[in-house]
Design a protein around this ligand. Structure first.
Ligand code: MG
Length: 159
C-alpha cells in the first residue's frame, strides 16, 4: 500500500530596515528585510515546517532552537538540507510542494524562477514540482502594511 503524508507549514517574520531580504535562498534588493535569529528566510522555514509536519516530527523551533548559538544568523538553506535529509532517513520521497508568499513589498515576481531553482538545488524534485505563489494582503493588517512577510506551505510525501 502506498503511504502518503501531507504536511502544512506557516511562518511570519517582521520586516526591518537594514536587514538583507532573503527568500528561498535568493537575495532580493530591498531597503528592509526579515528580522530573525537565522537569516529570516520565511519561505524555507514554512517549507521545513511542512516537511516536519508530514513526518509528525514536531516543528522547526524544536529541531533548530533559537537558543542554540549554532543557528544564530544561519543560512536557512542548511536547515532545509537537514530537513530534506530527515525525509530520506524516514524512507519518504517528496511528490510536490506548494507555497504562498504573503508580502506587500518588494515585488518578488522577477525572482520566482531563481527562487524555485535555488530551492530545488537542495530538494531535487524538479522545479515543475515546486510551486511558489505570491499575493498581497490588500494593505490591511501587519503584512498588508508592509511590516511583515508571511508564508504558507504544503507538501506531499510518498513512501
Ligand atoms: Mg521563521
Amino acid at each position: 500500500m502506498t503511504d502518503i503524508r501531507t504536511g502544512l507549514g506557516y511562518d511570519l517574520h517582521r520586516l526591518e530596515a537594514g536587514r538583507p531580504f532573503v527568500l528561498g535562498g535568493i537575495h532580493i534588493p530591498s531597503d528592509f528585510g526579515p528580522l530573525g535569529y537565522s537569516d529570516g528566510d520565511a519561505l524555507i522555514h514554512a517549507i521545513c515546517d511542512a516537511m516536519l509536519g508530514a513526518l509528525s516530527l514536531g516543528d522547526i523551533g524544536q529541531h533548530f532552537p533559537d537558543t542554540d548559538p549554532d543557528f544564530k544568523g544561519i543560512n536557512s538553506m542548511i536547515l532545509l538540507e537537514k530537513t530534506v535529509a530527515l525525509i530520506k532517513q524516514h524512507g519518504y520521497s517528496i511528490n510536490n510542494i506548494d507555497t504562498t508568499v504573503i508580502l506587500e513589498k518588494p515585488h518578488i515576481s522577477p525572482y520566482m524562477d531563481a527562487i524555485k531553482e535555488s530551492l530545488d538545488g537542495v530538494i531535487g524534485i524538479g522545479v515543475d514540482r515546486i510551486s511558489v505563489k505570491a499575493t498581497t494582503n490588500e494593505r490591511v493588517d501587519a503584512t498588508g502594511e508592509g511590516k511583515a512577510i508571511a508564508v504558507l506551505a504544503s507538501i506531499l510525501l510518498i513512501k
